[in-house]
Each structure stands twice: as structure tokens, then as C-alpha cells.
Design a protein around this ligand. Structure first.
Ligand code: ADP
Ligand code: MG
Length: 226
């Protein structure tokens, strides 16, 4: 419990810091992206540097998006949402990206999974983060990412299984540390955001992973009583 407490204090501190930084960065970033687009459109011959600048700006943009989630003190758990249908939306979004690298996204859902009160936008962000990590872990090798949804007593369990490189116990321990990444273009903020959002929903995350075999991330969400 002490470790949990320290973890949540850390998350709070990061959230506060994130709020102030994000506000300082957003405006100049938006204006930079706007001007860059103007130049790209007015420049007859394609300039390769512009493409690099564009990519880097997009990267900063996605970091600020992730920080923005951290900065929000609480999720708005005011909407009644159906988890399998949220997953369906996200899978439509991610499908083309997965297919490009030969990965098939498969969803198995129990019928009659009850709706829960939650922040649908934030949960979708979690699903995107987990699927993206799965795709990246498979490193362009063809295979499957399987998502299972089951109800167990007063919980909904969502399991995301990939056939990727897997993680060592040390790596698993570091998951969710700010800026922990093993990727060249990673932000190391995806899992931090994911933990934070699930914590806001009074849920839990469990990780099973084996190096060279793959990873399963279980997201456990409570079903509120009527
Ligand atoms: P990023 O994806 O930007 O690196 P994340 O917080 O999403 O940041 O993930 C942190 C690190 O955790 C990754 O760099 C990777 O090493 C590891 N990781 C996360 N998900 C998986 C997975 N499904 N399989 C293998 N490693 C993973
Ligand atoms: Mg990630």
C-alpha cells in the first residue's frame, strides 16, 4: 500500500506539472503547425526538411495530448457506455494501421456485457494506447492482437493479447514510469496515462508477459450497482 500511495502522489505531482506545461506549449505549437502548413502549400518543390519538421511537431503534439489527460484531475464518469461498442469504435480506427503491417485485430466479447458509467473518451484513449503498444511490440511481424471482454461478478475484464517481443520482469516494473520507453520514437507516456485513467475509474491493470512470446494486459473495470 505504501508503494501504491507513493505511486499516486507521483501521479498527482506529474498531473499538476503537466497542466501548467501543456498550457504554455499548446498555443505556440498550434501557430507553428499552422505556419508550417502554409509554407508546405506555397512551396512548389517539395522540401524534405519540411516533412521532418512536420513529423517532429506531430510528435510534440501527441506528447501534449497525453500530458493533457494526466493534467485532468478526474475523469468525468457521467456517461453510460457499452464497453464492447467503445472497443469496436477504436478497432475501426486502428484497423488500417494494423493491416498495413500485417496484423489482424480480433475482438471476442461475451454477450450482454452491462453498460458502465465512465468517461468514454478516456477509455478509448486507453484502448488506443494498448493496441498501439501491441502493434509496436510485434515489430511488423504478421500476427494477431486479440481482445477479449468478459464479465466476472461485479467487474468487466478486458484482455489485450499480442504476439510481440514481450517484457522482462524489470521492464514490467517500470511500466507507467514517466518517460520510460524502449522505443526510438516513443514518448514513454502511454502507460502512465493508461494507469491514471483506469485508476480514475476505480479499476485495475494486471500484466502477464513473456519475452519472445507476447504480452497480455488485463484491464479490470467495476460495474456499478443500479
Ligand atoms: P511508448 O509506447 O511511447 O514507449 P508506453 O508508456 O506506452 O510508451 O510504453 C512504455 C514501454 O513499455 C515501451 O517502450 C515498451 O518497452 C513497454 N511496453 C508497453 N507495452 C508493451 C507490449 N505490449 N509489449 C512489449 N513491451 C511493451
Ligand atoms: Mg505506447
Amino acid at each position: 500500500t505504501e508503494e501504491l500511495l507513493i505511486q499516486s502522489e507521483k501521479l498527482f505531482a506529474v498531473g499538476q506539472l503537466a497542466a501548467s506545461i501543456v498550457h504554455e506549449i499548446r498555443n505556440p505549437l498550434t501557430s507553428l503547425m499552422g505556419f508550417l502548413q502554409l509554407i508546405e502549400h506555397s512551396d512548389g518543390e517539395k522540401n524534405e526538411y519540411l516533412k521532418i519538421m512536420s513529423d517532429e511537431l506531430m510528435r510534440i503534439h501527441s506528447i501534449t495530448n497525453e500530458l493533457l489527460v494526466l493534467a485532468k484531475p478526474q475523469a468525468k464518469k457521467t456517461n453510460r457506455e457499452n464497453i464492447p461498442s467503445l472497443l469496436n469504435d477504436v478497432m475501426k480506427l486502428m484497423d488500417s494501421q494494423a493491416i498495413k503491417v500485417g496484423i489482424e485485430l480480433v475482438l471476442y466479447s461475451e454477450e450482454n456485457v452491462p453498460d458502465i458509467m465512465c468517461d468514454g473518451q478516456q477509455l478509448k484513449q486507453v484502448f488506443i494506447n494498448l493496441i498501439k503498444n501491441g502493434i509496436e511490440a510485434m515489430d511488423e511481424k504478421p500476427g494477431k492482437i486479440t481482445i477479449r471482454v468478459v464479465r466476472k461478478d461485479h467487474h468487466i475484464i478486458l484482455s489485450f493479447t499480442d504476439e510481440g517481443i514481450g517484457m522482462t520482469p524489470e521492464q514490467i516494473k517500470k511500466l507507467g514510469e514517466p518517460f520510460f520507453t524502449t522505443k526510438q520514437k516513443g514518448t514513454g507516456l502511454g502507460m502512465l496515462t493508461t494507469f491514471k485513467i483506469i485508476e480514475n475509474h476505480e479499476g485495475n491493470i494486471e500484466i502477464e508477459s513473456e519475452v519472445g512470446k507476447g504480452t497480455t494486459i488485463h484491464v479490470i473495470l467495476p460495474i456499478q450497482s443500479e
